[in-house]
Design a protein around this ligand. Structure first.
Ligand SMILES: [Zn+2]
Length: 157
């Protein structure tokens, strides 16, 4: 099964007004691909985190991070009900070099930026499910792709 959903000719609106939301798109996509008895690969991207970093827009950045975080939690809970499923959450880079500090009021944060471009920061990778232990520790980006390929080839007849 191959499915694609296109909702805008250019970038979609920001997370606070986006329709459908990232979590709604993820849910529809997951429910469709999870029916495939041969398994599935689904990539869900919170792409406007990058865009907000390029613009050094803290409010937009935080909205997109919260939207992505809620989507990850939803996907994690759904995927946890399926044996033999691997879920990976990572990024290919950091954008804007954000530094998050405590703000003046309770629960407030202040974000300062070091660039409007991508940085060379190390990014985290979170994995859960089958063979998740292969993604622990420090590794290069290409190793992640190589490991995913190995896992995929090991389950294909
Ligand atoms: Zn970028």
């Amino acid at each position: 099964m191959l499915a694609i959903g296109l909702f805008s000719n250019v970038g979609m609106p920001h997370a606070d007004v986006r329709a459908p939301s990232l979590i709604e798109m993820a849910e529809v996509a997951l429910r469709a691909v999870m029916r495939d008895p041969d398994g599935f690969i689904l990539m869900i991207e919170g792409s406007q985190i990058d865009w907000a970093g390029h613009d050094n827009d803290a409010d937009w950045f935080l909205d997109e991070m919260a939207d992505f975080d809620e989507t990850v939690a939803f996907v994690r809970d759904l995927v946890a009900t399926r044996p033999n499923t691997l879920m990976i959450v990572t990024s290919d880079h950091v954008t804007g070099g954000p530094s998050v500090e405590a703000g003046p009021g309770p629960g407030e944060v202040v974000i300062t930026w070091t660039t409007t471009g991508h940085t060379s920061d190390t990014v985290p990778i979170f994995a859960s499910g089958v063979q998740a232990d292969r993604f622990s520790g420090l590794q290069t980006n290409y190793e992640v792709g190589r490991k995913l390929r190995e896992i995929l080839l090991s389950v294909i007849d």
